[in-house]
Design a protein around this ligand. Sequence first.
Ligand code: PLP
Length: 385
Amino acid sequence: MATRISRTPLELRPVERDLLNQTGGAHVEWCGRGATALYWAFRVARRLRSDLDAPEVVLPSICCATPANAALLAGCRPRFADVNARTGMPDVDQLLHRVTGNVCALVFVHLYGQTAALDDLARHCRERGVLLIEDAAQALGANLPGGAAVGSAGDCGVYSFNPTKILECGGGALLLRNAEHSDVLDEVVHAAPLEEPEADALASLGVSYRNLHHALVALLRGGADAREISPAFMRLQPHYDPLYLRPMHSPWRLADAWRSLPSILDRRRAKASLYAELLAGGPWGTLDGWRESGVCWRYTLLSASPQRIQTLSERVRRDGFHVSNLYWPVSHFFNPSDACPNAERFARSVLNLWVDESVDEDYVRRCAMSLKERARESESVESSP
Ligand SMILES: *Cc1c(COP(=O)(O)O)cnc(C)c1O
């Protein structure tokens, strides 16, 4: 078989070689988005489990919505695992809790650059005929706890090189570790080759999706019932289908960016260390999994006073700094019957700070000062009679 339609472009051969060596992989398929890579992975999972009439996939409840959208597009019903309140990532038992006989794939998302030991999970998935997908979109270059590279524990690895990720040059990739799966992928890609979308229409559709998501997160945060929001959201999803499947552009940009990955990760860690030092003792906890994984995507605070987080982030924004708290349990949109109580608490307390190339150490110092002052202000307001 193996009549590959998408051969690796010459300039991407070094990147391919690195990814395959680091993960013990068999094949890399290039595309325009992490979403496309996820879609392909789900299609492969469906082919491998053609015995299932109503295939399901298990996703973490704390994540962006993209993996769930890719699952829908691939004809799989998303199910959601609750998360560990200290990391925002699901533990093995929380994931397995959602593995019914209909599940063909399970996605582990290395959230905000953190990683987790996946050997036990991989064994369970193998035993149950479930494809294990590692989503490394936020953790490019990270190590798993034992020191192996992210992407080396699952059957598949998903990569994104699009804006807001570690490299922002554009593109995505699906890594397969099993050569037999790459024959299945070949069929999937042959059956539906990627087409060049119309750029302007796509851009406005992307804005529409983002605005819809932000608007609904605000309603849910304010206490709206997810069982009312979800059907409305789900009815609109087919409008957004054109967003997810894209071919790769300008592979030379990724080839260039790849060489600067080590220094980009160094600078991110330096900024995260500085935040850790400057923000110690504030009314928040911090996620420090980046120290072990080597990758900090955003520097994450978990507020001790979630009820004040909106006001706090608004004030810090007014001081001129990026803070985001847009993560909301994805289950509320796609499948509210999968209760995820830890994810709700986690989502209400997250504040993400920037450590990317758009900010320098001086920015980090000023941002930390703003956070500490604004937090003090809101506490003294609260404690005054
Ligand atoms: C951004 C992201 C994706 C999707 O990547 P795109 O290239 O934007 O399609 C998938 N999973 C996670 C965890 C992400 O953060």
